[in-house]
Write a protein that binds this ligand. Structure first.
Ligand code: GDD
Ligand code: MG
Length: 361
């Protein structure tokens, strides 16, 4: 089987992290976001994976080529000279996607869930239509593509509305599809939106179905959702692979801690915390609902709450970080600083409080 992952776009909503690393390579649950998808595709029997890239392809190639042998898949890079949107890349990768008659998977690179690809493929085969979209329910549908069903035929899509201004429903496109090769014939080699241009044609032809996702789902392409997605992911790990989570007298609830992290026995971690490799956590530190990326240090008696601490950063003593604060790569926060909702660009040193949401450049 074959799969294409859309890894283009600039990931601006996940700045400052994406100023250093392309969005698909930002670690989620201590692994590059896209590895969760590569692994799930490989587990479902996919052997050919195309990564559709239009931005910093060399970084992506360098990081991901090495996973080919680990997951037993061929990874090819399909590089756009201009951004081709969410459908154009399928046309560009036509040679791989049409190499046999079997359907192929398409994934947005920033969605996290339990990826039921095998069930999706079985469902797709059973209905016989040209395409299937994975659907999930959300409270805020206006940020997504909304799916409306045909009342007579369950799962046949009647309307697809990308980012609706008015409420049309709360079942949305989860950003995971399986499509028959002939769908590529509907796409021209130019910037094209699969959501706005290709899906409406398939809906018109009565060839597009939806598959209801079980379990959690989140688009983690912005900091608030990245943190919310981490909570859901840890919950799911607690159910499926509880041994991966940390245990100990100073751990509260779900926490995923890399074995190379050094954590003071007087620090209290959790619930809902992810700590990356080579992180150092000092005495009396309190961390909840946060992600600390590799090589960072949180010094004694600081409180870190609803925050993403980027790579190679240092948070001083007696600091308080909260309110969806994000530190970029190599940031230094001096002692006794309060940051509430600050987005701090890479290589900055912070010596004044940031009491309300602000971008620090
Ligand atoms: N190769 C390539 N080229 N990839 C692109 C391009 C491009 O020009 N533009 C965007 N992408 C990739 C992004 O990296 C991402 O993986 C995917 O296409 C979707 O783009 P986003 O920018 O994340 O879109 P969105 O989150 O606003 O909306 C999409 O995802 C929602 C689910 O999370 C849509 O598919 C919605 O319908 C959907 O509900
Ligand atoms: Mg997205």
């Amino acid at each position: 089987m074959k799969g294409l992952i859309l890894v283009g776009g600039y990931g601006t909503r996940l700045r400052p992290l994406t100023l250093t690393v392309p969005k698909p390579l930002v670690e989620f649950g201590n692994r590059p976001m896209i590895l969760h998808q590569i692994e799930a595709l490989a587990n479902a029997g996919v052997t050919d994976i195309v990564l559709a890239v239009n931005y910093r392809p060399e970084v992506m190639v360098e990081t991901l080529k090495k996973y080919e042998s680990e997951y037993g898949v061929n990874i090819t890079f399909s590089v756009e000279t201009e951004p081709l949107g969410t459908a154009g890349p399928l046309k560009l990768a036509e040679d791989v996607l049409k190499k046999d008659n079997s359907p192929f998977f398409v994934l947005n690179s920033d969605v996290i869930c339990e990826y039921p690809f095998q069930e999706l493929a079985d469902f797709h085969k059973a209905h016989g239509g040209k395409g299937t979209i994975v659907a999930t329910k959300v409270d805020e549908p206006s940020k997504y593509g909304v799916i409306v069903h045909d009342i007579a035929t369950p799962n046949l899509i009647d309307r697809f509305v990308e980012k609706p201004k008015e409420f049309v429903g709360n079942r949305i496109n989860a950003g995971l599809y399986i499509l028959n090769p002939e769908v590529i014939d509907l796409i021209d080699m130019k910037p094209t939106s699969i959501e706005k241009e290709t899906f409406p044609i398939l809906v018109e032809e009565k060839q597009l179905y939806s598959f209801d996702l079980e379990g959690f789902w989140m688009d983690v392409g912005q900091p608030k959702d990245f943190l919310a997605g981490s909570v859901l992911y840890l919950n799911s790990l607690a159910k499926r692979q509880p041994k991966k989570l940390a245990t100990g007298a100073n751990i509260v609830g779900n926490a995923l801690i890399d074995p190379t992290a050094k954590i003071s026995s007087t620090a209290k971690i959790g619930p809902d915390v992810v700590i990356g490799p080579n992180v150092t956590i000092g005495d009396g530190v309190r961390i909840t609902r946060s992600v600390v990326l590799c090589n960072s240090t949180i010094k004694n008696h600081s409180l870190v709450k609803s925050t993403i601490v980027g790579w190679n950063s240092t948070v001083g003593q007696w600091c308080r970080l909260e309110g969806v604060t994000v530190l970029g790569d190599d940031v230094e926060v001096k002692d006794e600083i309060y940051i509430n909702g600050g987005k701090v660009l890479p290589h900055k040193s912070i010596s004044d409080n940031v009491p309300k949401e602000a971008i620090i450049m």
